[in-house]
Design a protein around this ligand. Structure first.
Ligand code: DX5
Ligand code: ZN
Length: 215
């Protein structure tokens, strides 16, 4: 069964707790938290304080996507704030094994993420060390962008390598996922679909999550 991770980036921040509750009741599997620093991506969003504040709202895993430069500096803070998954971009992690080890040393599941234009080969050497591979299907920075379909073969490539190498990390897709694009991702081998606007911009979140899962 495909998992759905609603991205709170598209939630109403004035009532964030209620918004999270709503998607939890609607069948969400993870809560996706988009952390942006205004350097790696052209937007600034939330930090460890918010992760700490939402931690008591749900028992679901908090899937924290770090779109920040120098992630090593902030891993401990996010771990202490209650992140269950911490995902770092390959593009800003020159010492990727060290960064992944650092995440795990805090008892947090470790993920690696690549942008649409970064080849799958860039993360092949780290696959055996991660719990999650996140593939961006938009250029990170904003919710509500269009799905970049040329990433789909990369999903299949990662899924094929996972099988060949006998590994069991999850494959997660982020950006422009809706009930139409979800099928492309799942057919290619995705396990977890992040959805921001396709969930939070709908009045009925339960239906929106079900629509994506059905695809
Ligand atoms: C993009 C973020 C995504 C974003 C997805 O930079 O990493 O998680 O919130 O939003 P939608 O689903 O609207 O593309
Ligand atoms: Zn994200």
């Amino acid at each position: 069964m495909t998992k759905v991770a609603p991205s709170i980036l598209s939630a109403d921040f004035a009532k964030l707790g209620e918004e999270i509750q709503d998607v939890v009741e609607g069948g969400a599997d993870y809560i996706h938290v988009d952390v942006m620093d205004g350097h790696f991506v052209p937007n600034i969003t939330i930090g460890p304080l918010i992760v700490d504040a939402i931690r008591p709202v749900t028992d679901l895993p908090l899937d924290v996507h770090l779109m920040i430069e120098d992630p090593d500096k902030y891993i401990e803070m996010f771990a202490k704030a209650g992140a269950d998954y911490l995902t770092v971009h390959q593009e800003v992690s020159p010492h990727l094994h060290r960064t992944i080890q650092l995440i795990k040393s805090h008892g947090v599941k470790a993920g690696v993420v690549i942008n649409p234009s970064t080849p799958a080969e860039a993360i092949k050497p780290i696959l055996q060390d991660v719990d999650l591979v996140l593939l961006m299907t938009v250029n990170p920075g904003f919710g509500g962008q269009s799905f970049i379909e040329s990433v789909v073969p990369k999903i299949k490539q990662i899924a094929d390598w996972r099988k060949e190498m006998g590994l069991s990390f999850e494959i997660e897709i982020d950006g422009g996922v809706n009930k139409d694009t979800a099928k492309l991702c799942v057919d290619a081998g995705a396990d977890v679909l992040v959805a921001g606007s396709a969930v939070f911009n709908k009045a009925d979140r339960k239906q929106a999550i079900a629509d994506i899962k059905e695809a």
